[in-house]
Design a binder for this molecule. Structure first.
Ligand SMILES: *Cc1c(COP(=O)(O)O)cnc(C)c1O
Length: 416
């Protein structure tokens, strides 16, 4: 008990000194829960709710089609210009459209078309599965002569790079382990072999620095609904290095990517810059929500967020290690250690699913990743240091009582 009190005082001090502490009030969060799933779905910002009300009642409800010119048609570029500083990109090299999956398809197809002598898409075995599924779908569409998918692991990465590889597809943060890969080193390595790199920033944008332009990254995509809090299914973003933009032809040649969509010309003429990566009409409700959510970043410095993110993860690991219950061999909880990390920590246990369910039942909203990981995401804009204490206390209680063994915690739902 004494130990918990000492920790509690130290932790309250950390919260008092936290330069981000006031931001939490801007989010609608349940008072009696700790939300550790902001890496999967960011919570609702009050400013997003207000904006959506305005978009629905005024822009759509009153101004109707006039809103396209008054408020909507430029939105993909406006949203992109707010994401650009978070990823170190010039705003004109980024746009906002579709889902991450669809943007991966466009980029991979465009890169293969540009350099057909290199048919291989190279990625890691444990990349986020949609990245893999899209690559495989493209290989099926194009056939093995024009597209092959090759998977490797980090240790074998350099050995797998050769003059057959067209593009290396990497996620900056491993969604299971939380491991963060070095964008600069890996991009340089690939470039030495003439291989372009596509970075998927879905699990890192808003919690890690990226520096796309400074690191000469060729392509990037990322998610609007995780750490950017754009709402369920918010549009994704796509970045293409300006040196490549003019040469690339992406196959989803919809009218929004045309140089003059409202000329209604029967011939497709791609827009001159990044806009050629647009396809159809954007979903304005989702785009507006993301636009409003991104305004929070006007008040926040990314470095401060990154620092707090790392501190939250370190504190959680430290508290798990120091807890006699969580650290006991009998409880069999293994911390997944990584050399550099995103904003999440995973614990391994054979009963990980049941433990995640028992935690959710106590108001600790975490998730489970097959087959044996409980995953805790720490979103620095609203997670407090005291939430880490609450989490470790609940976890210790669940492990010591073995409450997770109760039958109601054994049944998975459709979304984990
Ligand atoms: C969440 C996530 C996605 C999601 O892709 P969608 O097509 O937007 O559903 C893709 N890649 C990674 C690495 C992710 O973390």
């Amino acid at each position: 008990v004494a130990k918990v009190i000492v920790n509690a005082q130290r932790i309250l001090k950390l919260d008092e000194r936290d330069p981000l502490r006031e931001l939490r009030e801007r989010f609608k969060l349940p008072h009696d829960e700790v939300y550790l799933d902001g890496n999967s779905l960011g919570p609702l910002l009050f400013q997003v709710r207000e904006r959506l009300q305005h978009t629905i009642d005024v822009q759509w409800g009153q101004r109707l089609i006039r809103s396209w010119n008054e408020s909507w048609i430029e939105l993909p570029g406006v949203v992109a210009s707010k994401i650009a500083p978070l990823v170190g990109a010039p705003p004109e090299d980024l746009t906002c459209a579709d889902s991450v999956s669809v943007n991966i398809f466009k980029i991979l197809a465009a890169s293969l078309t540009l350099t057909p002598a290199r048919p291989i898409i190279l990625s890691l075995n444990d990349v986020f599965p949609t990245d893999l599924y899209i690559s495989e779908g493209l290989a099926t569409l194009l056939g093995a002569v024009r597209c092959k998918v090759k998977l490797t692991n980090l240790d074998q990465l350099e050995k797998s790079l050769d003059d057959q590889v067209n593009v290396l597809l990497m996620s900056q943060v491993n969604f299971r382990s939380g491991e963060a890969y070095d964008v600069k080193i890996i991009t340089e390595l690939a470039h030495r072999y003439g291989v372009r790199v596509l970075w998927d920033l879905s699990h890192s944008v808003g919690v890690l620095p990226v520096n796309l332009a400074a690191n000469h990254v060729d392509f990037a995509v990322g998610c609007g609904y995780k750490f950017l809090n754009g709402g369920p299914g918010a549009p994704a973003f796509v970045y293409v290095n300006h040196e490549l933009q003019q040469q690339l032809k992406q196959p989803l040649t919809g009218w929004m990517g045309h140089s003059a969509p409202f000329d209604f010309n029967p011939e497709y003429q791609p827009a001159p810059g990044i806009d050629r990566f647009l396809a159809g009409t954007p979903g304005i409700l989702g785009m507006s929500a993301l636009d409003a959510a991104l305004d929070l970043w006007r008040e926040v410095c990314l470095d401060t967020v990154v620092e707090k993110s790392q501190h939250l993860s370190r504190l959680f690991i430290e508290m798990v290690q120091q807890s006699p219950v969580l650290n006991s061999p009998e409880n069999n909880l293994e911390i997944i250690h990584v050399s550099a990390r995103g904003s999440q920590v995973s614990l391994r246990h054979p009963q990980a699913f049941a433990i995640s369910q028992a935690l959710i039942d106590c108001g600790i909203i975490c998730d489970f990743r097959f087959p044996d990981l409980v995953r805790f995401g720490f979103a620095p804009l609203y997670i407090r240091y005291q939430d880490i204490l609450t989490t470790t206390e609940s976890l210790a209680e669940i492990m010591s009582t073995k409450r997770y063994q109760q039958s109601q915690f054994q049944q998975p739902g459709k979304v984990t």
